[in-house]
Each structure stands twice: as C-alpha cells, then as structure tokens.
Design a protein around this ligand. Structure first.
Ligand code: FES
Length: 211
C-alpha cells in the first residue's frame, strides 16, 4: 500500500484530509511508528523520581506505543530514562516506583547500575566476549522543560527547536513552580481517531500546541 497525503502549508489552499486517512488501519499502524515513536512525549514532572536512587517505571503511551521505560535518578542526582527491558531475555526489570541502589532483573539475576550499565550476571563468568556494551540498558533521550519531562523512542527532530518556540510564547511562566493537582485533573476518553481530535483541538488557530 502506498498512499501519499499532502497538506499545503499555505492555509488558504490546505484541505481536509481524505476519509481514508482516518479509516485505514494500515495507515493508523504506520503512523504509530512514523509519528508517535519518532516524536517527543510528556512523561510527567521531576517529582516522579524525587530522590537519589528513585526509580519510576512506566509504559510510554501504554496500549498504543507501549514502550517499557524507567525513569531513574542516579546517585549523582541525574535523571535518565532507561529501557525497562532486560538485555538478557527481555523480562521487565522494574515493576513499581521504589528507592534502589541498582536495577536487578528477578528472572535470572542480571544487574545494572543506575546509569543502565551492566554490572553482573550469575553463571556467566566463563562466557567469552562478555559483557559487551550491548548488555547495558538502552538510554532514551530525556528533556527537562521547567521540571516537565519528555522522552522519545526514536526522535526525528531536535526538541530544542520546539522549546525555543514555546519559551518565546510562555517562557515567562514560573514553570519550575508548577505542580500537578490531581483533584483538578480529569481524563476524557474520546472515541475517535487521534488525528481528528488534534484537528478539532487545533482549529481554533490560537492553540498552537497539543500534547
Ligand atoms: S531476563 Fe533478565 S536476567 Fe534473564
């Protein structure tokens, strides 16, 4: 299947996408990889992993992209976003937020430090060419914008360019002091194609970003 869609950047000429864009399952799947795995997604704020040794496992866009990741604050207080998939047999390593000294896989006991570096594997003393760098946990890119954290599976663009535009518009806000208020937060499940929702959200023209 090869289908091209074109949106004219000149808004006076741009037209609504054809219905096939919203209805095709193949296109929907393809966009999951081309758009969502390649763009930056909000994780939450720094308080998810507040102390040295804190970990916060999560699944990026769970039920859609479903990439297992773990936010880790190491002993030097640096945050990173690591793959939560063991490099031995792909077991999920961390299941719950916790304070830890290392990341340990309960399946066969492989252990990693809080930077994702391989540390130890039982019964592997005799293994040749071991360990190699590929035994380390993959580190995803992580961006911190005023305490709000963003990551991407495989970014197709530099997040700094987006931040520049956002800072120009709302950089005056004390973002570092923003705190999530769960009592004022609501989830709305909208039964529609994600792109249709974005179309509707953005068509006010005065809403330049949607997350
Ligand atoms: S799957 Fe993790 S140690 Fe084997």
């Amino acid at each position: 299947m090869k289908q091209q869609f074109y949106i004219d950047p000149d808004i006076t000429k741009a037209e609504t996408l054809p219905a096939s864009f919203y209805q095709s399952e193949a296109i929907f799947e393809k966009l999951k990889h081309q758009v969502f795995r390649r763009s930056w997604q909000w994780i939450g704020d720094r308080s998810l992993a507040p102390l040295s040794g804190s970990i916060y496992p999560f699944s990026l866009l769970d039920g859609f992209v479903t990439e297992p990741m773990v936010l880790v604050r190491n002993q030097s207080d640096q945050l990173s976003c690591l793959s939560n998939v063991c490099t031995h047999r792909a077991n999920i390593i961390a299941r719950h937020p916790a304070e830890v000294k290392e990341l340990a896989c309960v399946y066969h006991g492989r252990r990693f430090d809080l930077n994702g570096r391989f540390k130890f594997m039982p019964e592997f003393k005799e293994a040749a060419h071991f360990p190699r760098r590929c035994e380390d946990l993959y580190m995803f890119p992580l961006e911190d914008w005023g305490g709000q954290l963003f990551t991407s599976v495989d970014p197709s663009f530099d997040f700094g360019g987006v931040l520049q535009v956002m800072n120009k518009r709302i950089g005056f806000l004390p973002l570092d002091q923003f705190k999530r208020n769960d009592t004022k937060s609501k989830d709305y499940l909208v039964k529609c194609h994600w792109a249709l929702y974005c179309d509707n959200y953005l068509e006010g023209f005065n809403i330049p970003f949607v997350n």
